[in-house]
Design a binder for this molecule. Structure first.
Ligand SMILES: NC(=O)N[C@@H](O)C(=O)O
Ligand code: NI
Length: 162
């Protein structure tokens, strides 16, 4: 069983796995005669393969128990997958770099602060959505289209928060 302690999520630490979506670290500019500020191009949406298209969905997730025990990580080889909390929900993020196998030494666990979303780049291994404390509602942007876009890799992991 791989034991991991979740660390606070930062864009730098998450860079090998994708993007952190956070207005606090983003470039922005005024639009609509100054009434709106656009936080622009926050994450790279990838939609690969046959009949690929971007999907916008909403996930309503029940909270996980902590310590979080996992028995697999998954990946989406044909597209990215972004999760943005709609009510400042915190969630756990467990990731490993893209590749056909997972080196347990390269698996990382993070905890978000409620203002952060994540965008897993295509092929990044990750735990399924794991919201903390209460039911969570997330805007999800990922890839639809033909062919398989979800592989699972067995791996026993236990994630603690402190
Ligand atoms: N299956 C699905 O749409 N969600 C997972 O990919 C996930 O990462 O939660
Ligand atoms: Ni996923």
């Amino acid at each position: 069983m791989l034991e991991l302690k979740a660390e606070p999520l930062t864009a730098e630490a998450f860079a090998p796995f994708g993007d952190v979506i956070d207005t606090r670290i983003a470039e922005s500019f005024p639009i609509n005669a100054g009434r709106t500020r656009r936080y622009h191009d926050l994450a790279k949406v990838e939609t690969l393969g046959e009949e690929a298209r971007a999907l916008i969905s909403i996930f309503v997730s029940q909270p996980v128990e902590v310590p979080l025990t996992l028995d697999f990580l998954e990946r989406h080889p044909q597209g990215s997958q972004a999760f943005m909390p709609l009510h400042e929900e915190r969630f756990l993020v467990v990731v490993a770099p893209p590749g056909d196998t997972i080196d347990p030494a390269e698996v990382r666990a993070f905890v978000t602060d409620g203002r952060q979303g994540v965008n897993y780049r295509a092929g990044t291994w990750h735990a399924i959505q794991s919201v903390l404390e209460r039911e969570g509602e997330f805007l999800v942007v990922d890839r639809g289209g033909a062919g398989n876009n979800c592989d699972e890799h067995p791996l026993a992991i236990r994630v603690t928060l402190d």
